[in-house]
Design a protein around this ligand. Sequence first.
Ligand code: G3H
Length: 486
Amino acid sequence: QNTYLVGGELKEWKGATAEVYSTISSTENYQPTLLGTVPDLGENEALEALSSAVKAYGKGQGLWPTMKVEGRIAAMEKFVVQMKTKRTEIVKLLMWEIGKALADSEKEFDRTIEYIYDTIEDYKQMDRDSAKFEKNSGVHAHIRRGPLGVVLCLGPYNYPLNETFALLIPALIMGNTTVFKPAKHGVLLLSPLLEAFRNSFPEGVVNIIYGRGRTLATPIMKTGKVDVLALIGNSKSANAIQANHPQKNRLRLVLGLEAKNPAIVLEDADLDLAISECVSGATSFNGQRCTALKVIYVHENIVEEFNKRFSDKVDALKFGNPWEQGVQLTPLPEPGKTAYIQELIDDATSKGAKIINKKGGETTENYIFPAVLYPVSKDMRVYEEEQFGPVTPILSFKNIEEPLDDMAESNYGQQVSVFGSDVNTLSPLIDTLVNLVCRVNLNSSCQRGPDVYPFTGRKDSAVGTLSVHDALRSFSIRTFLASKDT
Ligand code: G3H
């Protein structure tokens, strides 16, 4: 396992390693399971990876950035064919490393394969469009999209395959060269792909390194040779990493960051639908999704009924190991997460909220059952912080202005879910909501997919746009050849 990929070589690492544990226990008396080790690389290896990406870019003259569309597509297709053979191994690692349920792990793998194929198709279309010449005021233009340079890519733990590839694949196909460092959890599942990366792309185009984020990213950024920082994670890390670049204005950013997506349940909502969508929206993958519903506003006339039925439905969710049939809640990969969620619950209950579901807050060594908190007020940490875990704050409202004001004041602006049935109320409300976030989900919970739709956010939620179509644009720049009538 102790290999990393730099300069087209799978390097055996003889130095310090980091042990990778699963919070899933393989014994009856709870003991985290040791899954393997990865290299704990240092500054020298980080700089070696960067030099390799810089060399492969070759000041714009490298083999990859100058390669024709067909060549880049062929490399990507070669990679994806090899990746498909690793499905069983990667799905198993997704379950053990991050505790993702079997069906969701399979979906993450399949969605990623589809993402790659869709990206290839969109790239072909982009090329067809660029074949069209324009002529204005006697100037002919052949407009194309070109690479930006060297991309430092940092992936998240909750979608270690899919969201990582949502950065890496478009960055690569547009002709950039990359240094990629995976998150701490979900790190082993890249090992089965190192060989495929090595033999599909030219030397130095994909460099994969392991170790601590700051140790590796800081020296890389300090060189000033990174053209794009691509990161899915939190704004605190993004700001800290970005700050090391000596010429920050030159640095392009593609960032997927925090969100505090609200659900707004209006008085005339179909309650069965609203409750079912809110439960899955708040609890799927234990709430560890940037798109999860992280606060629910319910009209005061229906809040009592909503709370009762919502809580009962949450209590009926099944906890178990990821491979168990029908499992909905699974062990949390981050060791400190249970304690953090407990802190949020304690803070809220000390300020007047109650846990309104029977099983809320029940803990085991690697899990805390989703707690539903009501009534939540703005002085509580769970209202302000992105919990990214199993706790759901509920607030009631009398006037729609209350959640709208909160959204306008929030630091985040990714998505919202709104539940209601009267078109005359919904229509103007949606017109306002789209100005506060980037996606309004009508009578459904928030989500990123389908991946062809733009995925972005306002304020601290994102910089740039991801999705099959938009990411190709985020990782490239419009260039053109101009020629005059002679
Ligand atoms: O964690 C953030 C992901 O982009 C969420 O994706 O809505 O498909 O679960 P998802």
